[in-house]
Design a protein around this ligand. Structure first.
Ligand code: SIN
Length: 566
């Protein structure tokens, strides 16, 4: 498998500006980084579309934080570890849960209006939380309130320049150091922007799947771009599917927040039975991976739809807590106050991503990652509900702390150029839809070795067809990145021969202590072999087209905290 390094042409003439910090992505992670940068830093935020086009805006449930009278950081840590099925990096969990409390206070002082009850923050429950600890805004419009407030403040900062409709295509490097990025502007021209520090906050990869809650444009390009530039990726076999989205034919599935079950809503099968009690002792509040598989299994067992019943919540409370869900379901002809609604699972959140340390540093110099595109080790094999916005807040700030702690005085040196032959209109035998279907069917909620192998073969075939073919069309460039990410996710899923958290394999249904390891994918084998001791067993893993040894493992027992030494 050959991973093309660059997808567009550029030279020094394309350089349009230089900043101290470039942030790609305008969700909560990217905006938090921007707002924490000191005012003497020239900061640029690049957004693929409009500033609030990403996943953050759509977050309903809220932010998990141990602030309740009966809660403590220890309980939140325990719940996160329980959900993560043994693969969380404990030090990262502790950091996030503790620092998260301070970051929520920052948000409140910035003017974010969280819902309150009797003058105190209103707290709700979600799957696998042992306490009520989810804070929210506008009932079920937490992401909207956060994004609106943070965008308003960032837009007023004189040191922050905002670029909308700029699509990152390639990272430009000088040796192992990232020095800038090549972007496609809205007129389809390549513009290079240089910076000393580069933060990727590009979000997840839900658009790799046929059914997803993620908006258009969230297709894992950040992962592919970073990997092609030489950054290590981790835990790519762990993709989280949300159990409850409204079952109507929508391009972006409409999420029905887990908070609905936290407030008393229950899942029912076609016979009106509360089937979740048969799948988990936590019943409707089981961890998300268990709930999603249960919904799928029960639908198959009964050969019928699965429903979510809001009635235990009560009509008044439904209106107060879930105004967005009420209004949207109504648009589709469902009155959630009157009858259960049909639901189905959809791709929602990527636990895996660009491997980072405790300050968001990646394996490439001056490249940082935060939010969904990063893999800090917080979520392990299955993210605890509403821990993601918390991670965005904590690591958005951590990236800036790492930058401020950096004492290097190197100047940005860019003398790169690239010459590819372009074609006007690539004629391909496959489409993005084909990839989404393939991933949904074979690298989805429940997997098998056969299905994963089949997917890998097909993705390779498409890769071969597209390899060496270049075009400056946005759609084509996205397709190239999607194929890389799809390949790596499938590869990692095939590598992990067990079931754990969100990664379930029919052919390896059990969880095994032997697999208390992260799967790390690295293009630069020589470097990683020096940095991280390889497990000898890993070197025998060799799937088609990938040299053995390109996969390495990091044992979470013996290397619980990731040490950078380069
Ligand atoms: C939800 O509201 O169910 C989504 C929250 C999350 O993904 O953590």
């Amino acid at each position: 498998m050959n991973f093309e390094r660059f997808l567009v042409n550029f030279s020094k003439e394309n350089v349009k500006g230089e900043y101290d910090i470039i942030i790609v992505g305008s969700g909560v992670a990217g905006l938090t980084a921007a707002l924490n940068a000191p005012s003497n830093f020239r900061v640029a935020i690049f957004s693929k579309g409009k500033l609030n086009d990403g996943s953050s805006y759509y977050a309903q449930g809220g932010i998990a934080v141990a602030l309740g009278p009966d809660d403590a950081v220890e309980f939140h840590i325990q719940d996160t570890l329980y959900s993560g099925a043994g693969l969380n990096e404990k030090s990262i969990v502790e950091k996030t849960v503790k620092e998260g409390i301070e970051r929520i206070k920052d948000l409140i002082s910035l003017g974010v209006k969280f819902d309150k009850t009797d003058g105190n923050l209103a707290l709700t429950e979600e799957g696998a939380h042992s306490k009520r600890r989810i804070i929210h805004a506008g009932g079920d419009a937490t992401g909207k309130e956060l994004e609106t407030t943070l965008i308003r403040i960032a837009s007023r900062r004189s040191n922050v320049k905002i670029f909308e409709n700029y699509d990152l295509i390639d990272l430009t490097t000088n040796g192992n150091t990232v020095v800038g990025g090549a972007f496609l502007n809205s007129s389809n021209e390549v513009e290079i922007f240089l910076s000393k520090y580069f933060i990727l906050a590009t979000g997840g990869a839900g658009q790799l799947y046929q059914n997803t809650t993620n908006p258009d444009g969230v297709e894992g390009s950040g992962l592919s771009i970073a990997f092609r530039a030489g950054a290590r990726l981790m835990d790519l076999e762990f993709y989280q599917f949300h159990p409850t989205t409204l079952k109507v034919p929508l391009k972006r599935k409409f999420l029905i927040s887990e908070a609905v079950r936290g407030e008393g809503g229950v899942l029912l099968n076609n016979y009106g039975e509360r089937f979740m009690v048969n799948y988990s002792e936590l019943a409707d509040l089981a961890p998300r991976d268990i709930a999603t598989r249960a919904v799928l299994s029960e639908a198959k067992r009964t050969n019928a739809d699965i429903f979510l019943d809001f009635s235990p919540i009560g009509e008044m409370r439904i209106h107060e807590r879930f105004p967005t869900i009420y209004a949207t379901c109504k648009e589709f002809g469902f009155d959630i106050t009157k009858a259960p609604i049909p639901i189905e699972p959809a791709a929602h959140y990527f636990m895996g991503g660009i491997e980072t340390d405790e300050l968001g540093r990646t394996s490439l110099e001056n490249l940082f990652a935060c939010g969904e595109v990063a893999c800090t080790g917080l979520h392990g094999a299955n993210r605890l509900a509403s821990n993601s916005l918390l991670e965005c807040l904590v690591f958005g700030k951590s990236c800036i702390e790492a930058i401020l702690a950096d004492s290097s005085t190197d100047n940005v040196v860019f003398d790169g150029s690239n010459e590819l032959t372009f074609i006007e209109k690539p004629d391909l035998s496959f489409s993005r839809k084909d990839i989404q279907q393939l991933m949904w069917n074979n690298v989805g909620i429940m997997r098998s070795g056969d299905g994963l192998e089949k997917a890998l073969v097909i993705i390779e075939k498409w890769q071969k067809e597209i390899k060496g073919m270049f075009s400056q069309s946005k759609h084509f460039l996205e397709l190239k990145n999607i194929l890389v990410t799809a390949y790596l996710m499938t590869y990692a899923s095939l590598t992990r021969e067990e079931s754990r958290g969100a990664h379930y394999r029919f052919d390896f249904p059990n969880t095994s202590d032997e697999w208390l390891k992260h799967v790390v994918l690295d293009k630069l084998l020589k470097r990683s072999a020096v940095l991280i001791p390889c497990n000898p067993r890993s070197l025998s893993v060799n799937y088609r087209g990938v040299k053995s040894g390109e996969v390495i493992y990091r044992d979470v027992n013996t290397e619980a905290s990731f040490k950078r030494n380069h």
